[in-house]
Design a binder for this molecule. Structure first.
Ligand code: ATP
Length: 203
């Protein structure tokens, strides 16, 4: 059974694309959601983050103060790497447990906002990148999260550009307003089910 990493910049539509794969019967592991849960619940991770940032990185309800953390790590690659080194092994353990639940499927998806940036793309049999113009991504995220242009652009800073990621990805799904994702997903699903053909979608 292949594991396919699926990624894309903030607001590119990877979660939307994954919803379509789910309808096709393909299970999706949402790594960022699992990481967020672990940051709030896993004692080892909580202690590690408190030792790095102090106890007020958690609210009095024991939840990670994401806004505060984002402010601290903004543009600090070194701190971001430290956090990733704490959280990624725990997410990987969860993924192994989750994957063991599925048998006799041609492939599974692992959805994460960053896989090329961390080097974790090497763990996957193939990778899918969802691309959408920066302008559309900003408009969509502002609408979805009621956030400002500046806040969206700040979150984009920790991600590679689409042009860098397109050189690394095996398959690309284009999700601009004028493009239909369902035919692209059906075509890709066929490729991934067709006995592990090493083919790339037309770009
Ligand atoms: P994030 O990295 O922030 O989690 P994402 O890549 O998972 O984002 P989605 O949440 O799937 O992106 O999509 C961002 C927003 O854009 C959502 O509100 C979604 O409904 C909307 N959206 C996704 N695709 C399209 C599309 N083709 N046309 C219009 N809106 C879209």
């Amino acid at each position: 059974m292949w594991t396919i990493g699926i990624t894309g910049g903030i607001g590119s539509g990877k979660t939307t694309v994954c919803k379509v794969f789910r309808v096709l019967g393909i299970p999706v592991f949402q790594a960022d959601m699992v990481a967020a849960k672990l940051q709030n619940e896993d004692p080892y991770i909580k202690i590690s983050l408190i030792s790095l940032f102090g106890s007020d990185i958690y609210t009095k309800d024991g939840l990670l103060n994401r806004k505060k953390l984002a402010g601290i790590i903004f543009n600090d690659r070194n701190l971001l790497d430290k956090i990733n080194n704490i959280i990624h092994p725990a997410v990987h353990q969860e993924f192994k447990k989750w994957k063991a639940l599925y048998k006799d499927l041609p492939y599974l998806l692992y959805e994460a906002a960053i896989i090329f940036e961390t080097g974790s793309f090497r763990n996957f049999d193939r990778t899918i990148l969802v691309v959408t113009s920066e302008n559309e991504r900003i408009q969509r995220v502002m609408k979805r999260d009621h956030s400002t242009v500046e806040a969206v652009i700040q979150r984009m800073h920790n991600q590679f550009s689409d042009s860098e990621k397109m050189k690394m990805a095996d398959f690309i799904i284009e999700n601009n307003d004028n493009q239909l994702i369902i035919p692209q997903i059906l075509k890709l699903d066929q490729i991934l089910k067709s006995d592990n053909h090493v083919r790339k979608m037309d770009r």
